[in-house]
Design a protein around this ligand. Structure first.
Ligand code: 13P
Ligand code: SF4
Length: 311
């Protein structure tokens, strides 16, 4: 009888043969998370990429994450299963428009959220993620306005948390802007003991009712440590895979979005462009490879290293 080799087994074989590592974001499909060498949030992925000695890094995430891996570890081959996996937030900040925004505010320090292009990172003094944004803003001397881009919701949250004067770029994430307050409140009536937690890319009226606001990793840690047994989770639904593994006995309910869809939750169409099949093809052919222009890379690396030192 012929032995059936699964795609996952083939991926493990290729990883070993090619000395490759797979970095997956929490928003990836469960089967991708299961073959990955690390699963994490944007900060953990950047830290892992910077420290990695593998010949090949396969980023199961979106374009800016693969670019970040290449910027931090230029001697490695960095692959992304589908180069169409962009990000609405990164796309909302075109480099030329951002350059003139920065030029209009001479002397203002530039802090950018990691969800942006390599060119925008190259114009920044320091990068942040949702895990460390507050710490990074507080690390900057309080003597004038700070440019913050591209997420306006995270920016407004940081103004509320730190009281600092931030000049905000008006970008947003299509997933985190889709949560419906009416549906969340209706759901909470059905589960009155559930704690509502949200990612800071969500809109202010959603964050206002949250018991906890934090990065994907922060949300997983909160659910693990908090005594509550039921949670309503406002971020991309892929997080539920790792979260449920951490707390198998707790009830995790994805927050509902405006438009009803099949799972009544929010999914990132870009994150979900990666499939196990594309991951396998990418490892086999070592394509598509991500490259970054060296001059841009060096400037972006300096801003990313500042973030890693402060984290
Ligand atoms: P974190 O992984 O930093 O929580 O950000 C979530 C996100 O939207 C990534 O694209
Ligand atoms: Fe971008 Fe939002 Fe998708 Fe994250 S979830 S990759 S911020 S569009």
């Amino acid at each position: 009888m012929a032995v059936r080799i699964t795609l996952a087994e083939e991926i493990h074989r290729l990883k070993k043969e090619k000395n490759a590592l797979i970095l997956a974001h929490y928003y990836q499909y469960p089967e991708i998370q299961e073959v990955a060498d690390m699963v994490g949030d944007s900060l953990q992925m950047a830290q892992f990429a910077a420290a990695s000695r593998a010949d090949i890094l396969v980023v199961a995430g979106v374009y800016f994450m693969a670019e970040t891996a290449k910027i931090l570890n230029p001697s490695r081959k960095v692959l992304l299963p589908d180069t169409g996996a962009g990000c609405s937030l990164a796309d909302s900040c075109p480099p030329d428009e951002f350059r003139s925004f920065v030029q209009h505010h001479p002397g203002a320090p530039v802090v950018t959220y990691i969800n942006c292009s390599a060119q925008v990172k190259a114009m920044s003094d320091v990068i942040c993620t949702s895990s460390n944004a507050e710490k990074i803003i507080r690390s900057i001397p309080d003597n004038g306005p700070i440019i913050f881009a591209p997420d306006v919701n995270l920016g407004q949250y940081l103004i509320r948390q730190t009281g600092r004067d931030l000049l905000l770029w008006n970008g947003s994430c299509l997933v985190h802007e889709s949560f419906s307050i009416d549906k969340i409140l209706a759901l909470h009536k059905m589960y009155p003991r559930a704690k509502f937690i949200a990612h800071p890319e969500s809109q202010p009226h959603i964050l206002k009712i949250a018991s906890y606001v934090g990065s994907t990793k922060g949300m997983i840690d909160f659910v693990s440590k908090d005594a509550a047994q039921e949670f309503i989770i406002a971020t991309e639904a892929g997080i539920l895979h790792e979260m449920q593994k951490q707390v198998p006995d707790k009830l995790l309910i994805p927050a509902p979005a405006y438009e009803d869809n099949t799972c009544a939750c929010s999914e990132c169409p870009y994150m979900k462009m990666n499939t196990l099949e594309k991951l396998y093809d990418c490892l086999l052919t070592e394509q598509p490879e991500i490259t970054v222009h060296e001059q841009t890379r060096k400037l972006a690396e300096a801003a990313l290293q500042r973030m890693l030192q402060l984290s």
